[in-house]
Design a protein around this ligand. Structure first.
Ligand code: UD1
Ligand code: MG
Length: 465
């Protein structure tokens, strides 16, 4: 037995009015197609994504997800060519499904992101199943026609339906599990003799239902909502947001203003985490117990330890922040930032590929790039690691308990030994040994009375001209 998932993602998505293929539009930071793939259970015989419009972008996205280890099973793609309908999408998969030795297929749509992993598992475990929704306004969905005992009798597209059929409130959710041999035979007999001149998958499903019993299950419409427009996208995102927030509230997380807070599906929070208004957490983010994330902060693909305080308006990307550290307000931690425990990175500090050891502090106005900063070291206001010479990047290595005075430029490559002290306003171009006092300043002069003399000269000069 091998169940293979087929995900339909070849459609143009005209109503999104976008250069981006519909299935790559994000919901809480993760593209719709990634939600669908990540909901698949482990142990499938594979997943086949049917692509065409925006194919190159979809393939690039799939490759990056595969590399990042985000996919639960091997994923292959089939190019549908000009899409001629959902049935045609399955027809072009016949060789691939045979190659994968599928005995059953579970069919999902790439633009239906919120079907829960539990529902998808249930679908994948079924011999045969159609997921339906009961809607008060069934609109343009296909109508589900059932036998008296509940088994599927047929699915009629709204455009082909009689008035009586249109009155049916149970609609096709577009998610199916079917035995592959029966479906394959049905696909080979499909015609496009209908209002839309499309090859309907629904006709093939009805044909299978004549061979084997196909149960119909009605599920939460939120789980089967399709994203066809920007309005759908906003509504689906709001539903996802509610679902994720409810989960984390139950786990002991405070949302000070849930409506303005966006937490993605791959975010892991902990007890007593507080998220202030306007926080956005996307990608793979972990936040340890008791941490507080300040208003307006954006965090992507980062790990924060316990008891971290991120003050308002920080941007943190691909960074690690050790327990008990304080960051911001207005700090920017870029890729490769690695803060140990108890580190302070204050306002208007930017870090990139910077490892700050325990207790190091950079409290104001600094750029720290390609650098390692030892335990207990203090970086003064306005310190810059000059890491880029216009061609290459160079490293600055600073030892423990170093004091770097304000407004110092550290021209890399550079090594500063433990316990060194660098006077404010220095431009350091050569290594500083441990415990050394390094200074590079032009000597100061103060001419007594010089200020009024200068002002007088300036005034006379302006009268002449
Ligand atoms: C389809 C169903 C309808 C159901 C609805 C649920 C058919 C004939 N009808 O409607 O009964 O209520 O889904 O949402 O199947 N796609 C392709 N190739 C194609 C056509 C579509 O890959 O040639 C993909 C689309 O990108 C989309 C999915 O299939 O992800 C569904 O297509 P869409 O046109 O949105 O569905 P409908 O035909 O409206
Ligand atoms: Mg259609």
């Amino acid at each position: 037995m091998s169940t293979v998932a087929v995900i339909l993602a070849a459609g143009l998505g005209t109503r999104m009015k976008s250069k981006l293929p519909k299935v790559l539009h994000p919901i809480l930071g993760d593209p719709s197609l990634l939600w669908v793939l990540r909901a698949l259970p482990e142990g499938l015989g594979g997943a086949v994504v049917v692509v065409h419009h925006g194919k190159d972008q979809v393939l690039a996205a799939l490759e990056s997800w595969q590399k990042a280890g985000l996919l639960p099973c091997p994923v292959s793609t089939v190019d549908q060519g000009e899409p001629l309908g959902t049935g045609h999408a399955l027809q072009v998969c016949i060789p691939e499904l045979d190659r994968l030795k599928a005995t059953r297929v579970a069919i999902l749509c790439g633009d239906v992101p919120l079907t829960s992993p539990a529902t998808v598992r249930h679908l994948c475990d079924a011999e045969a199943l159609v997921l339906a929704m009961d809607l008060t306004a069934p609109g343009s969905y296909g109508r589900v026609i059932q036998h008296a005992d509940g088994r599927l009798a047929g699915i009629v597209e709204a455009k082909d339906a009689t008035a009586e059929q249109l009155a049916v409130k149970r609609v096709n959710g577009g998610a199916y599990a079917l035995p592959w041999p029966a479906l394959k035979t049905a696909l080979q007999g499909l015609t496009n003799d209908n209002a839309q001149k499309e090859y309907y998958l629904t006709d093939a499903v009805a044909a299978v239902a004549k061979q084997v019993p196909v149960p119909v299950e009605s599920c939460d419409p939120e789980e089967l909502a399709g994203m066809n427009s920007r309005l759908d996208q906003a509504e689906i995102q709001a539903a996802a947001q509610r679902r994720i927030q409810r989960h984390w509230m139950e786990e002991g997380v405070t949302f000070l203003h849930p409506d303005s807070t966006l937490v993605g599906p791959r975010v892991q929070l902990s007890r007593d985490v507080v998220l202030e208004p306007g926080v956005r957490l996307e990608g793979r983010v972990q936040v340890g117990e008791g941490s507080r994330i300040g208003q307006g902060t954006v965090i992507q693909d980062s790990m924060l330890g316990e008891g971290v305080e991120v003050r308002p308006y920080c941007v943190i990307e691909q960074a690690v922040v050790g327990g008990g550290s304080k960051v911001g307000p207005f700090a920017r931690l870029r890729e490769g930032t690695d803060l140990a425990e108890g580190v302070h990175v204050g306002n208007f500090v930017e870090t990139k590929k910077a490892r700050l050891h325990r207790g190091a502090k950079a409290n104001h106005l600094a750029y720290l790039g390609d650098t390692e900063i030892g335990e207990g070291t203090n970086i003064g206001a306005g310190v810059i690691t000059c890491n880029y010479d216009g061609v290459n990047k160079h490293r600055t290595t600073i030892g423990r308990n170093v004091f770097v005075g304000s407004d110092t430029q550290l021209v890399a490559p550079l090594v500063i030994g433990d316990g060194a002290l660098i006077g404010a306003g220095s431009t350091i171009t050569r290594d500083v040994p441990g415990d050394a006092l390094a200074l590079s300043r032009t000597p100061q002069t103060s001419k007594e009375g010089g200020a009024s003399k200068l002002r007088l000269r300036q005034k006379q000069g302006s009268e002449v001209s």
